[in-house]
Design a protein around this ligand. Structure first.
Ligand code: EPU
Length: 332
């Protein structure tokens, strides 16, 4: 396999920051990936899917791996369900579209999320009341240190909110994911925004749900091809009962979502907006005017400008509401 040297990573991150990779490769099979890992045992390694959830502040002195394993293959098919094994290098939304076209239900709420199939389990992508973990049966991956393939049933992936064992350990490179999808579909109301969008449709079909989600997302979220960004920049903060009460004393209309075990989630976008940052710009970086959770890059190629602006937003929210926002985006 071709190993390239001194590669510019600007096209490989949706914030379009500049940085160089010492080494770069695009494996198209598990075998190619294992071989490259075994050939470079001592290089630090970084895996990039579409690069829409990360950006760079400096050059990467190691091997960047851009997985290109393709294909959607049924591994189980009966009257009620189908299981599809999908290559890590497939575009996530092409895969969602494939499922909706075939009438396979389960991931339609995750329409239009940017990124690759391989990245989906890493941060357990989620939207409109669905998380990808609910459709994952198992994940095939390769151990970064040994190059050996391993299979992880869903329970072993330790999925959480925008979290998984893969994200915490950084020990494995996902090569394919097996999804279980249902051949029947009945819309259930899970998310206020989506219910509103579908209010005039009596029994929404899979396709109508996908189209509604695409409309909502296009209205609210900037297209990275036009305005570089990495989707939600911060995670929605988790609060204890006391933290929730303290927040409500300051902001009685703060959205609060109970998530069980005495914990609550609130909206980072709401806090940023109430701190006066929605639509605010400082030099080349700012908060998007139509959604306060999105940091947009107007004019910089230097990731440190984005980090500076992130700190500014974190400090403003912390000072006002005593809540520390944590980035969801990865910073290298
Ligand atoms: N809100 C504001 N101001 C805004 C935007 C939103 O106050 O400018 C408040 C509103 O109260 C709204 C609430 O925030 O009801 C939630 O907003 P939204 O439905 O847009 O969802 P979110 O919590 O901001 C999360 C995910 C998104 C996902 C949406 C839809 C995270 C970090 N983000 O955003 O995921 O698309 O829900 O389900 O959990 C991503 O991860 O990159 C991403 C885009």
């Amino acid at each position: 396999m071709n190993i390239q040297q001194n590669i510019q990573l600007q096209p490989y991150n949706s914030f379009r920051t500049k940085a160089r990779a010492k080494l770069f490769c695009e494996p198209e099979s598990v075998e190619q990936l294992s071989e490259v890992l075994r050939s470079y045992p001592n290089e630090p390694k970084l895996v990039i899917g579409n690069g829409c959830n990360l950006f760079f502040t400096k050059d990467f002195d190691g091997l960047v791996i851009h997985p290109r394993m393709r294909g959607i293959r049924p591994v189980l098919d009966n009257d009620s369900i189908v299981e599809l094994e999908t290559g890590a290098g497939e575009e996530w939304d092409n895969f969602v579209n494939h499922c909706v076209e075939k009438g396979y239900a389960g991931i339609e709420n995750l329409s239009l999320i940017p990124g690759t199939v391989g990245a989906a389990p890493i941060q357990n992508i989620g939207a409109y009341g669905t998380e990808v973990k609910d459709a994952i049966v198992r994940v095939h991956a390769v151990n970064k240190d040994t190059g050996d393939p391993e299979t992880f049933p869903a329970e072993a992936c330790e999925f959480g909110y925008r979290d998984s064992m893969f994200k915490r350990t950084r020990q494995y490179i996902v090569t394919s994911v097996v999804f279980r999808l249902s051949k029947s579909f009945a819309y259930t109301e899970k998310y206020a925004d989506l219910n509103r969008e579908l209010a005039s449709v009596p029994h929404p079909s899979l396709k109508q749900v996908r189209e509604a989600i695409i409309r909502i997302r296009r209205r609210k979220l900037p297209d990275p091809a036009e305005l570089p960004n990495a989707g939600s920049f911060f995670k929605n903060p988790l609060l204890t009962m006391e933290e929730k009460e303290r927040l409500l004393a300051k902001l009685p209309d703060a959205p609060i979502y109970p998530i069980g075990t005495g914990k609550f989630k609130t909206s980072a976008a709401f806090l940023i907006e109430k701190a006066g940052y929605k639509g605010k710009r400082n030099g080349p970086v700012g908060i998007y005017e139509r959604h306060a959770l999105i940091i947009v890059n107007y004019a910089t190629e230097n990731g440190n400008d984005i980090v500076d602006f992130m700190h500014e937003v974190q400090q403003a929210v912390d000072k006002k509401f005593g809540i520390r926002l944590e980035p969801e985006v990865r910073i290298y």
